[in-house]
Unconditional design. Sequence first.
Length: 281
Amino acid sequence: MSGNDSTVLRVAGRPVGRYVVRPELPARLSPRPYLHPVTTLAGTAVTELSPADHAHHLGVGVAVPDVEGHNFWGGRTFVRDRGPTELDNHGSQRHTAFQLRDPDGFVQELRWVAAPGELLRERRTVAATALTDRAWALDLTFSLTNVTAAPLSLGSPATNGRPGAAYGGFFWRARKEEAAPDVFTAGAEGEEAVHGRRADWLALAGSTWTLVFAGATEPTRRDPWFVRTAEYPGVGSSLAHDARLPVPPGGTVVRRIVTVVADGRLGRDEAAALVRKAVGP
């Protein structure tokens, strides 16, 4: 472990990820904790931080572009009939405390704060586990509780009128390479075939690495995947795909994503086997 501002995740003593707890970022990027760099066991980085194409993409984390009109994603806000618009509506995720902090994981309390004050309280659980000598798993659960006296709802550019842009929730900005990564599920292949669709798991394969994302609970598996490979490599699980997600006062939204981080380019059978090992049947 290091100081208050970051913590290092380890698998069998080997560092595989740095979690930045209190990043110093401009308000426009919706400051929030993130994991970067995340690496394979061989040391290959599989995340990017504030790349030139999207400065608000921060490694691995949880981000929502519309919490009752407040932007916890960063960058411009998609406004119906206007398109992407610069607004002074950004929120931030503020670290409150670690309930648990070990070399292989932590439990963190966070406050989601915007202009009106605290909107959501989050409990985030992150664990790193060994799978094989070439693969490990990052297990991330987040629970978002509405701490206001009024109903809240979570939205996305898609629910605000931009088709195909239902990002928001868990998001992994992957390493950009000369060639776009391959993407596939158990039954489909290619960005067009997997984006916006549900699948128990989804794999992103780069030049020497593979990430396999799996919803580890039934509500998580019901969320479609948000996938980009041609424009940039990124994968997320969509909280608000077809409609806004309501969160009543005191209500809680819980999602759990397990990501296999592997050296080498995995095929379907290998990816499925590692998911079974990481998540269970």
